[in-house]
Design a protein around this ligand. Structure first.
Ligand SMILES: Nc1nc2c(c(=O)[nH]1)N[C@H]1C(S)=C(S)[C@@H](COP(=O)(O)OP(=O)(O)OC[C@H]3O[C@@H](n4cnc5c(=O)[nH]c(N)nc54)[C@H](O)[C@@H]3O)O[C@H]1N2
Ligand SMILES: Nc1nc2c(c(=O)[nH]1)N[C@H]1C(S)=C(S)[C@@H](COP(=O)(O)OP(=O)(O)OC[C@H]3O[C@@H](n4cnc5c(=O)[nH]c(N)nc54)[C@H](O)[C@@H]3O)O[C@H]1N2
Ligand SMILES: [Mo]
Length: 673
């Protein structure tokens, strides 16, 4: 972003036309970022709760008072019999900057001896699935996608969630590239693709194995690549041929055999073929295994050989940031317990062994809106004996439950350094304007708290620029990608590409960072854990085929991806974007609507055993029969009945990576009025 400042006021914000990857384009939300910065409801001062918990009534106090209150309470808890592990930090993606996202915060809580947080709400299932097969995240040079000739968007709403990559796909299309989307929902991406394959939710691993069956049956595999660079090709071939015949896969996935035959033949013969797999397909009980199975496919057909061929999930691992130097995990007291962030409901209800959680410190996150099983999360936040600190830009649903509320800076008001999970550039984020009113950045607040608690100066009295330099000292696995990058150059020149070759194709000649050095189609590590060493289909937790008991009450599979107008729950309070998103809705197939006497535009109740929320029915063939889709993530306070879709989602975890299963959710829909 390039910001024009006049007399200390940001007057214009636009994309950086010199940024090689984003090419000057901002998505519609971020192009409205100034409306957030100067929003009349920005939090300006520290505040203390004056009304009952959750009612959002606060009174202004000074920073000194606020810091003193928090530090005293943390100290009391740390010195009590419960000890510091009764304090739980909670953060995620508010800012993904290396400094304001994960540096002094971690140091502070490690030094304090607080409980640890496993940040699983988004990406860990896919990370674990990739790790098993490839030894790292599935990645290739996103700029090389211009060379891809067959592109599968698999559980990826690329045109919305990753529009800069979509622009490249679109350019590739001018050279005849075919774009396919595999998604139970006719997302914007599916609608703009050459072919939409409406798969049944949570069954992607079965489809991947079905494709392998056809490839091996018809001799379309790359035997040379399999022989040189893969482990377990024969075993995988047997598994696919014997257990995943197209007819069986058709029953599981709901896709016709002819479509699978065509997909497999095209994928294996049009070169280079790219699978852009993203997060949608991970949010199911078998999400880790699905990613493991899909990331076997490029090796089977040798797609990694050519630039633009292979699979792309995230480029984050290509950045050798020295996270350990920033976060100092060596400060963690041995034996410290870890909470899974998806299970905040359980953490706050005392279901986890050890001392009760008596203090919660939330920053960069809005759990009251984004966490699953919302009713139980809110019950926890309502606990009178829980001391909750929230550091926020706005009075979100979570901020309503704070005891102490700190005002946070926006991206325009603080310094940071950024990698990416969608391209290969490093950049610094310089402050364009001074912090508004009394807002402070995350690191400044941890510096103040550390000072008050008497923590070591050498740990906390480092400037953000010094921390940025530390971040660029490559970690142990460093590959020289930062060799030519330093803070001074970043400030002067803007975004700099990692030191990786043009059209970087990491596995063109094997070199997988697994223990065997090969693509592990068969995983000795899984075998050692007495798990199935080969990819397989693992049904969702809540699947009508395997849970007919549950489906008898709640027959519809509900997906709840973010709305194109919002960034998870960020931007929901920007009026122009909220108007665009209209109101919570639920898309339902005409047959399913008719069976329930639901007409288009009608108010309905969506519910299951965990909770319910109101939405407006949109009757259309944009969803597969048996599937409903609601776009999130609304702030509860902007919905008709004060709860969003996470009232129905569950805290069950994925098979690998202990990730969230937001889209693995059986519900029923009933007309209102
Ligand atoms: N505009 C916008 N962009 C964003 C975000 C945002 O909130 N708004 N969030 C950012 C973040 S944090 C993330 S993690 C990424 C997410 O990026 P994506 O993964 O692309 O986004 P989602 O919309 O969550 O999921 C993609 C698609 O997966 C489909 N899907 C759901 N279940 C299944 C399944 O079982 N199989 C298959 N094949 N498809 C399935 C959904 O219908 C959806 O259309 O986007 C980032 N970009
Ligand atoms: N139903 C459903 N739930 C989901 C998802 C879904 O698809 N469906 N997606 C999941 C995914 S992929 C993700 S990544 C999570 C995201 O969950 P969160 O990480 O909670 O993301 P946001 O909802 O964007 O909330 C981030 C908050 O951080 C604040 N913030 C921004 N910058 C700063 C800062 O510098 N300092 C401080 N202190 N605060 C700041 C913003 O104002 C915002 O309120 O949600 C998950 N929840
Ligand atoms: Mo995410």
């Amino acid at each position: 972003m390039v910001v024009t400042v006049r007399d200390g006021v940001a007057v214009r914000l636009r994309g950086d036309a010199e940024h090689s990857f984003t090419d000057g384009f901002l998505c519609q939300k971020v192009s409205r970022y100034l409306e957030r910065v100067y929003h009349p409801e920005r939090l300006q001062f520290p505040m203390i709760r004056v009304g009952p918990k959750g009612t959002g009534q606060f009174q202004r106090i000074s920073w000194d008072e606020a810091v003193e209150t928090v530090a005293t309470r943390f100290q009391d808890i740390a010195r009590s019999a419960d000890g510091p592990q009764a304090i739980l930090p909670y953060s995620y993606a508010g800012t993904m900057g290396k400094l304001q996202g994960s540096s002094l915060d971690r140091r502070f809580f490690h030094r304090l001896g607080a409980s640890l947080l496993d940040r699983t709400i988004c990406a860990t299932a896919g990370a674990a699935g990739c790790e098993i097969t490839l030894g790292t995240r599935a990645a290739l040079d996103p700029e090389a996608v211009i060379h891809s000739r067959y592109i599968i968007n698999w559980g990826s709403n690329t045109s919305v969630t990753n529009m800069h990559l979509w622009a490249i796909m679109h350019r590739a299309r001018r050279h005849g590239t075919r774009i396919v989307t595999i998604d139970p929902y006719q997302s914007k991406t599916a609608a703009k693709s050459d072919w939409w394959l409406p798969i049944r939710p949570g069954t992607d691993a079965a489809l991947a194995l079905g494709i392998m069956h056809i490839v091996f049956r018809d001799g379309l595999q790359d035997d040379d690549y399999l022989h040189r660079y893969c482990l377990g090709a024969d075993e995988l071939r047997q598994r696919a041929l014997v257990e995943y015949a197209p007819e069986k896969v058709a029953d599981i996935t709901g896709l016709p055999v002819e479509d699978m035959e065509k997909l497999a033949a095209e994928f294996a013969t049009v070169k280079p073929a790219l699978i852009r797999l993203n997060y949608g397909l991970q949010r199911h009980g078998g999400g880790g295994m699905a990613v493991r199975a899909i990331t076997c496919l490029p090796a089977v057909i040798g797609a990694w050989r050519l630039p633009g061929g292979g699979a792309l999930l995230s480029t984050s691992k290509l950045y050798p940031f020295n996270s350990a130097a920033l976060e100092r995990p060596d400060l963690i007291p041995p034996g410290t317990r870890t909470f899974n962030m998806v299970q905040l409901a359980e953490a706050l209800s005392g279901a986890v062994p050890g001392p009760p959680v008596r203090a919660l410190y939330v920053y960069n996150s809005n759990p009251a809106a984004v966490c699953p099983d919302q009713a139980r999360v809110l019950d926890g936040l309502r606990r009178e004996d829980l001391f909750t600190v929230v550091h926020e830009q706005f009075q979100t649903d979570t901020a309503d439950y704070a005891d102490i509320l700190f005002p946070a800076t926006t991206q325009l008001e603080h310094f940071d350094i950024h990698g990416s999970y969608g391209h290969l550039y490093v950049q610094v984020n310089e402050a364009a304007i001074a912090p508004l009113a009394e807002a402070r950045c995350n690191n400044d607040v941890f510096r103040m708290l550390a000072r008050r608690l008497g923590f070591e100066k050498e740990l906390f009295e480092q400037s953000d620029e010094q921390l940025a330099q530390l971040a660029l000292q490559e970690n142990a696995a460093g590959n020289g990608a930062f060799a030519h990058i330093n803070v001074a150059r970043l400030k002067k020149e803007g975004p700099i590409r990692l030191g990786l070759p043009k059209d970087y194709a990491p596995f063109a000649n094997g070199g997988f960072p697994t223990p065997s050095g090969k693509c592990e189609l068969l995983s000795p590590r899984l075998a050692q854990q007495e798990l199935d060493p080969l990819p397989r289909y693992t049904p969702p937790h809540e699947d009508p085929q395997t849970r007919p008991d549950l489906a008898a009450k709640y027959p519809l599979q509900m997906l709840c991806p973010p709305s194109p107008s919002f960034l998870n729950s960020t931007f929901v309070n920007v009026a122009s974007l909220r108007r665009q998103a209209q109101s919570p809705s639920i898309e339902i197939h005409p047959c399913d609507a008719q069976a329930r006497s639901i007409v288009d535009g009608q108010s309905v109740r969506v519910f299951n055993g965990r909770g319910s929320f109101r939405a407006k029915a949109m009757v259309a063939e944009t969803v597969k029969r048996g599937v409903v889709v609601t776009q999130g993530i609304w702030w509860n306070k902007f919905t008709p009945d004060g709860v969003n879709c996470n009232a129905t989602t569950s805290t069950q975890l994925t098979d690998f990576g202990a990730g969230a299963t937001f889209f693995d959710n059986l519900v029923e829909v009933a007309p209102l009025d």
